[in-house]
Design a protein around this ligand. Sequence first.
Ligand code: FES
Length: 74
Amino acid sequence: MDNDINSEIMDKITKVCICKAISRAAIKKAIQDGAKTLLEVQQVTGAGSGPCGGRRCTLKILELLEIEGSRQQP
Ligand code: FES
């Protein structure tokens, strides 16, 4: 229980896309709401559209897609 709360807090304060201040929680929610590809996550959240052009966040988003996507498999 404490671990769930701690990981939720960490997800909210950890920025995946630093340029646009998009949190890990926002990326996870986009995936949980149905985004299945990098482009879909970027379109929903705005991640990747900052000055670095996604160089700093693309890999992190792909990792979350893999982790969260595999959790949603029946
Ligand atoms: S960190 Fe995401 S666009 Fe720069």
